[in-house]
Ligand binder design. Structure first.
Ligand code: GDP
Ligand code: IMO
Ligand code: MG
Length: 428
């Protein structure tokens, strides 16, 4: 058995898709364990940039069995659109399984995502994909699962029950028109039939693969700082991107997880509202945004940009049990005279090295920066640490020293060939 988790160690968009695709070259299974089509993972295959939202990022490699795990909330419409999109780009999706226990995103989830946001004085800035409302229904136990779509009677019962609650809320609270049972029922029944060949008890498959000594990669979505329990609540998503979420979301025992790679960019980005202590509002931010094209894959919103935050990375390491670090986008920092790393915060005159839970405390935190010499060389063809300019090498070394984690990979571009391996990655 060999297993590893790829978890975003910041606020999402760290390059998880790219690293997953890269590591898939040596994996048997790639399993998405949380989130839904709020995710936008970019990978480069056969010279073209591809975006996936629900389908795991191992999909371009035909030897990989890709799995959408139980912890994922699945919008069937997005899933089929994505299958067509991949086919149009020369990637056949014949190696995909979807958990029969995964929750389904229904049309009312997207509607409620917008309605709930509209009532908030402080908006989260969700992706409006219905993620929060779908997880809410799961916990309220009025959700509809993939297995339910395959059985007309169960779907009828579940949908009637859910719609009775939703339509009351829509008409009495939000003063909207009620939703029509029949059209939703027919649409989702048809999705069920189309999904049938993909549906499986995926926990069974994954555990069997691990028992047979195969390599399983668990691909996270979002980032640890967006975790519903350990992130910057309430400005978070509604799932558990932390590595622990892989055990629950895939249906494997925690002891099955061997290595946990935290993926980070060498600066920070965030889409949507919420605390971001190292955020920059100057030319540096715009330069980084332009160089790396930092715009959301799903919503197209410009990403907020800031210097690397070691306090947040240490928090991510602690709550997720990171064992290795993958650092992306080193090439993006070429050309700055100096580069900064926040090593701690100052809160009301005190130096702190932890991420405060209180929103009001966080808002008063001032990052304490260490300033390092920058580099101006184009580093996009560098393959080893020795190839890098001394200042870029020193920067990577300092980050790893501060977070106290070994460097698994560093990347100088979005292509597979621009990811350079340093660490052990897989344990076997
Ligand atoms: P994910 O959600 O974590 O998979 O990340 P996204 O795909 O949303 O965002 C990462 C962006 O950075 C994508 O546009 C990638 O193509 C790009 N990217 C990833 N690694 C590198 C890198 O090392 N250098 C540069 N310049 N771009 C990168
Ligand atoms: P990947 O997997 C970056 C953010 C949204 C919003 C908050 C809640 O590509 O890294 P939601 O729709 O989940 O209820 O929105 O979370 N968010 C992401 N930000 N990358 C993502 O995914 C994200 N998924 C959600 O912008 O602030
Ligand atoms: Mg993304």
């Amino acid at each position: 058995m060999s297993s590893l988790v790829i978890a975003g160690a910041q606020w999402g968009d760290e390059g998880k898709g790219k690293i997953t695709d890269f590591l898939s070259q040596k994996a048997d299974f790639v399993v998405r364990y949380a989130g839904g089509d709020n995710a936008g993972h970019t990978l480069v295959h056969a010279g073209q940039k591809l975006h996936v939202q629900l389908i795991p990022s191992g999909i371009c490699l035909p030897h990989v069995q890709n799995v959408i795990g139980t912890g994922v909330v699945v919008n069937p419409k997005t899933l089929f659109a994505e299958i067509d999109y991949l086919a149009a780009h020369g990637v056949a999706v014949h190696n995909l399984k979807v958990s029969s226990r995964a929750q389904v995103i229904m049309p009312y989830h997207q509607l409620f995502d917008q309605l709930q946001e509209s009532l908030k004085s402080e908006k989260i800035g969700t992706t409006h994909k219905g993620i929060g409302p779908a997880y809410q229904d799961k916990l309220e136990r009025i959700g509809i699962r993939i297995a339910d779509l395959l059985d007309p009677e169960t779907l009828r019962l579940r949908l009637e029950q859910a719609l009775s609650v939703k339509n009351l809320l829509l008409t009495k609270v939000y003063e909207q028109e009620p939703l029509d049972f029949d059209s939703i029922y027919q649409e989702y029944l048809a999705y069920g039939e189309k999904l049938r060949p993909y549906v499986a008890d995926t926990s069974y498959l994954i555990n069997e693969a691990l028992d047979a000594g195969q390599r399983v990669l668990f691909e996270g979505a979002q980032g640890i700082m967006l975790d519903i329990d350990h992130g910057t609540y309430p400005f978070v998503t509604s799932s558990n991107p932390v590595a622990g979420g892989a055990a629950v979301g895939a249906g494997v025992g925690p002891q099955r997880i061997q290595e946990i790679i935290g993926v980070a960019k060498v600066y920070c980005s965030r889409v949507g509202a919420g605390p971001f202590p190292t955020e920059l509002h100057d030319e540096t931010a715009q330069t980084i945004r332009d160089t790396a094209h930092e715009y959301g894959v799903v919503t197209g919103r410009p990403r907020r940009i800031g210097w690397l935050d070691i306090v947040a990375l240490r928090h991510a390491k602690r709550v997720s049990g990171l064992t290795q670090l993958s650092l992306n986008c080193l090439d993006v920092l070429s050309g700055f005279e100096t580069v900064k790393i926040a090593t701690a915060y100052e809160l009301d005159g005190q130096v702190i090295d932890y991420y405060p839970a209180s929103e009001r405390d966080l808002a008063r935190c001032q990052p304490i920066y260490e300033e390092l010499p920058g580099w101006s060389e184009d580093i996009t063809t560098c393959k080893t640490l020795a190839d890098l300019p001394a200042a870029a090498r020193a920067y990577l070394n300092r980050v790893c020293e501060l977070v106290d984690l070994p460097l698994a990979t560093f990347a100088v571009g979005a292509d597979r060939s621009a990811t350079n391996v340093l660490g052990q990655l897989w344990r076997d």
